[in-house]
Design a binder for this molecule. Structure first.
Ligand code: PEP
Length: 249
């Protein structure tokens, strides 16, 4: 039985002060939450998050990772650096990295490898644009994004990873995928992986991301192949985030 995971992606939001208030609010409301919970913070706040979450069941991590471990890569943050802050997760291949910063499938695969190399759990984001969905190539796009990682790291690597299906057209738009639309793609992802390794597919947490809110989370998460959510906007408000966490069972 897969556990539900609800992970917040704060993106480039917050301040030292607001993050303290947000985490205080989330910690105070965790009493009736059964799901695994994590937050992915901007790099500069990881030390604060580490301190504030010490002794709590809430996991944390970063939103990106360098492909390399050290050297002349101005502005990059490596796996060994992230390990200094004790987090468990790192998002790789978020659609904003892909579309705004030109990250290609091969780059994402290298980031996935870097995360694993340093004992971090990658949350691998995949998903199609609106144009791709309308042209009927959603499964091709998602398969290509997964294949880049599988080709580099092998399917067994997914045993220590999380996949997030995030249709680009649903991110930050308020246009959530319907539970059926999301379930169809999640089932495709699990089936594709099962064709290579049934055990890995069965244990893999596949999250849905894209305008998940407290009022649509329960129906999405109740789908057979949806094991939680990757939450952007709603993860910045403690009560909204907790509402989604509670919807996770
Ligand atoms: C995201 O960016 O990962 C995301 C799911 O954002 P939102 O929840 O705001 O759509």
């Amino acid at each position: 039985m897969r556990q539900v995971l609800v992970a917040g992606n704060w993106k480039m939001n917050g301040s030292r002060e607001s993050i303290k208030g947000l985490l205080d609010g989330i910690k105070a409301g965790m009493g009736d939450v059964k799901a695994q919970v994590a937050v992915c913070a901007p790099y500069v706040y990881l030390a604060d998050v580490q301190t504030q979450l010490a002794g709590s069941s809430i996991g944390y991590g970063a939103q990106d990772i360098a492909t390399e471990d050290a050297g002349a890569y101005t502005g990059e943050v490596s796996g060994p650096m992230l390990n200094d802050f004790g987090g468990k997760y790192v998002i790789v291949g978020h659609s904003e990295r892909r579309s705004l910063y030109g990250e290609a499938d091969a780059d994402t695969a290298k980031k996935f490898a870097a995360a694993r190399r340093h004992g971090l759990t990658p949350i691998l984001c995949v998903g199609e644009s609106l144009e791709e969905r309308q042209s009927g190539v959603t499964e091709d796009v998602v398969a290509r994004q997964l294949d880049a990682v599988i080709a580099l790291e092998g399917v067994a690597a997914l045993a220590n990873a999380v996949v997030a299906y995030e249709p680009v057209w649903a991110i930050g738009t308020g246009m959530t995928a319907s539970p059926e639309q999301a379930q169809d793609v999640h089932a495709f992802i699990r089936g594709k992986i099962a064709a290579l390794d049934a055990g890995v597919a069965e244990g893999l947490q596949i999250l849905y991301g894209g305008s998940m809110k407290p009022d649509n989370a329960a129906e999405l998460i109740s789908q057979a192949d949806i094991d939680g959510g990757l939450i952007g906007g709603a993860s910045l408000v403690a009560e909204d985030f907790l509402g989604i966490c509670r919807a996770g069972g």
